[in-house]
Design a protein around this ligand. Structure first.
Ligand code: ZN
Length: 389
């Protein structure tokens, strides 16, 4: 028997080249509309927007779970919480940990893949660290921060075939060889937690550092060394048209003028919206922990962001993807179609995920239906409704 066809009617469709009036899917895939298609089920979008599901390429957790907890339950809790808010694909992101912690995390990822039926789809692991500039380590544990060492990263790469992205500081000794090796393996190298000069970032781009981890956070920009002024990674991202960036668009890490500037200079095809969310996402404000439950740092969540307990710095975001899109529309005054693109087609292209990111025929049926305030009405992952308001 043929799988049944579902048709979404009465929606304002964004994120498709042909801007159809209805969206059809069958067996987890979008199918072409046409008079020959027999419809079994109808979903009434009630005049809301119908868009591709949101893709978050940098996320540490949510729903009181951090991927560093290293359990399948933590993965599933985060996938479920972010799914409710419109994330249909996420890349679990790991901070630096011991070899045992990393292998535990890889095993939990594999286990969670099999059990993940009502959350955002996992599309690969992002390692954030430990090859960072000590001066830009942010919330990373300093005991792990060091330059890349081939025997060490090859051991990790051998342990999991699911690593698809790695953030590192490009100025470190051995970093360019590291990026070349990642590229050979089809893994995206991203510049982050770095004090590199603009010139170093441009040289690193040639070696494979083609993406920038949370632009403006934990990185060099215009600064003086002695009497001379230097440009940093931020300026390299602006100078190189093909360098892609990601931004924490929670409305707090970057104020509206910077959101507008980044959009003006890079455009919707080179910007991915990310949550960089920690476990406090989707939770009430108050005390929380950044990193693993066991070894993490206590933080306080207030004003819609995580802060160190002494409140001298941010310690991660509690954003969800619906909030990112809403902020780009309401704070950065970006057209909705571009805001959606930065949460869908562009992150898909950055991660070379050709099976999702638009509502065109053949793509995965990852679909979100939301109102004018970007509040989710329905979230569909691989053809299955995981949330309905
Ligand atoms: Zn992060």
């Amino acid at each position: 028997m043929a799988e049944k066809v579902t048709k979404i009617i009465n929606g304002r469709v964004v994120g498709s080249d042909i801007a159809p009036r209805a969206v059809y899917f069958r067996g987890g895939r979008i199918v072409k509309a046409g008079s020959t298609v027999m419809v079994d089920d109808t979903i009434d979008a009630g005049g809301c927007f119908v868009a591709p599901g949101f893709i978050d390429i940098h996320c540490h957790g949510g729903g009181d779970a951090d991927f560093m907890d290293g359990t399948p339950e933590a993965f599933l809790a985060a996938a479920r919480m972010h799914g409710i808010h419109g994330t249909t694909t996420l890349f679990p992101t790991a901070t630096s940990g011991s070899f045992e912690e990393m292998s535990g995390l890889f095993a939990a990822y594999e286990e969670a893949l099999k059990l993940n039926l009502d959350g955002a789809d996992f599309a690969g692991i992002h390692l954030e660290g430990p090859y960072f500039a000590m001066s830009q380590k942010g919330a990373q544990d300093p005991k792990y921060v060091r330059p890349p060492e081939p025997s060490e990263y090859r051991k990790l790469l051998a342990l999991s075939g699911k690593i698809v992205r790695w953030s590192a500081a490009p100025e470190l000794e051995g970093a360019l060889d590291f990026a070349r090796e990642l590229r050979e393996r089809g893994i995206l190298a991203a510049s982050g937690h770095t004090d590199c000069l603009c010139e170093e970032a441009i040289a690193a781009f040639e070696a494979g550092f083609t993406h920038v981890t949370h632009l403006y956070s934990a990185m060099s920009s215009v600064h003086r060394r002695g009497v001379f002024r230097h440009a940093g990674l931020v300026e390299a991202a602006y100078l190189l048209d093909d360098m892609t960036v990601e931004i924490i668009a929670d409305g707090i890490h970057l104020p509206p003028p910077l959101l507008k500037l980044i959009y003006k200079l890079k455009g919707p095809d080179r910007i991915a919206l990310i949550t960089d969310a920690m476990r406090g996402a989707g939770m009430p404000e108050g005390e929380s922990v950044i990193g693993s439950r066991k070894n993490g740092l206590p933080v306080i969540i207030e004003d819609g962001v995580a802060k160190l307990t002494d409140k001298t710095a941010f310690a991660g975001s509690v954003a969800t993807t619906d909030r990112l899109v809403r902020n780009m529309v309401q704070l950065a005054e970006v057209p909705l179609t571009d805001a959606v693109k930065m949460a869908t087609a562009t992150p898909a292209a950055i991660m070379k995920l050709s099976d999702r990111g638009t509502l065109d025929a053949g793509k995965r049926a990852d679909i979100v239906i939301f109102d004018d305030n970007i509040t989710m009405k329905r979230v569909i992952v691989g053809g299955r409704t995981i949330f309905e308001a």
